[in-house]
Design a protein around this ligand. Sequence first.
Ligand SMILES: Cc1cc2nc3c(=O)[nH]c(=O)nc-3n(C[C@H](O)[C@H](O)[C@H](O)COP(=O)(O)OP(=O)(O)OC[C@H]3O[C@@H](n4cnc5c(N)ncnc54)[C@H](O)[C@@H]3O)c2cc1C
Length: 445
Amino acid sequence: VGSGAAGLIAALSLTDVGIAPLVLERDKIPRGSTGLSSGMIPACGTNIQAQKGIEDSIELLTSDIVNKAKGQVNLELVDAICRTSGPTIDWLVDTHAIELTLVEGFVYPGHSRLRMHAPPSRQGIDLISNLTLAAEKTEIDILTEAHVKNLYREGNKIIGIGIERPDGSKEKIGCEVLILACNGFGGNQEMVKQYIPDMAKAIYFGHPGNQGDAINWGKILDAQMENLGSFQGHGSVAHPHGILITWALMTEGGIQVNSAGKRFTNEHEGYSEQAVRVIAQKQSSAWNIYDHRLHELGLEFEEYREANKLGAVKTASTIEELAGILHISPAGLVSTIKECEDFSSGKQKDVLQRDFTSKPPLQAPYYSIQVTGALFHTQGGLTVNGCAQVLQKNSEPFPNLLASGGAANGISGPADWGYLSGNGLLSAVTLGRIAGQTSARLVKH
Ligand SMILES: Cc1cc2nc3c(=O)[nH]c(=O)nc-3n(C[C@H](O)[C@H](O)[C@H](O)COP(=O)(O)OP(=O)(O)OC[C@H]3O[C@@H](n4cnc5c(N)ncnc54)[C@H](O)[C@@H]3O)c2cc1C
């Protein structure tokens, strides 16, 4: 159920071993959140990394994920995902001609190696289009406009599903194995309010069709669920334009201030946890403050160029002038910039504990964008084992029910702070592959 990265990759894994899956998708065209993403997939030990001379390992990726989530992750799942990540990227590239390149230039926060693999355009739309093309080439049936409404079971075995078509007609389809790849509940405001109240008012940036169906079926089936309060947020969405502004502005030296011109967090802790913190400021807003060097870096990103074209980027030759344009406190901003210069030269230590010494201090002309926090996708879901099998309350797997991607419990701990960049597609792509392989074994058995 679902034709995002998780569903299509599971399906490709099945056709590889001669099993014909049926993919059910509620939309007219397969897109999902995968199509809205930047398409960045972390993986270790890939051929692409080897060609660039990058030494990476399962242990390193595992420890980066575990550290970011402060150890509050399912280690069996993290291990299975990390182990499968490299071979999955190689298989997608070599067997299914999915074009992926290594993202170079900067290491994403929390990652100890260059390991983001993405379409050359850095757009998830190309990832999903190529996956759909690969599915067509291998003659996978994708039934679109097929909204799965019900699961049918005998005991703890799933025997089929019920779909509804746009004209209201209904159909029942039997199954040997069912993979839930219909993501989380980001598109369901009531569920967001219930499980992630801090983000109830945030803009949702993901796919609206992700309504939490897997979780609701899990409740009916009495399945185990984990980390429903976990999510990926983003603390840098241009306001009111609603355009994602690259976090590289922060990692490479920029700062975020509030209307008093003051920093309110260590921006280097990560963009996900910054969403709630930005929303907690007056007007649910913050201002990214940076300089010409970082503006040039921003211009490498399509969305930044778009925001610039729409007038979101403001610039001025002095801090006071910039504060005036932004309608924020000039005195506050001047003293913040002065403090940051002192942090950068090592004269003072940042009380918010960010290390400023590795990047040059900001220099005139100065730049800014008003931003707010957004919800990208939820990370909690059905508890799965390392084979992507959904667990019952007694911790035994359901005999033929699997989950992957955003439908499964993630690897990002219980809240927003546990999300390591790329955990979303890492779970979708790699767990999708594992779900396909396990299903093949179950069907053959
Ligand atoms: C703006 C943005 C940028 C992002 N960038 C990145 C990134 O660079 N790297 C990264 O790792 N992650 C990123 N993410 C997160 C990433 O997109 C998701 O984690 C990932 O795409 C999830 O894949 P999926 O296959 O589980 O779900 P999806 O791609 O959302 O697919 C789920 C599919 O299921 C369908 N569906 C839902 N319910 C039903 C139903 N009842 N019946 C039939 N079909 C149904 C939906 O229509 C959808 O097509 C980003 C997210 C956003 C919003």
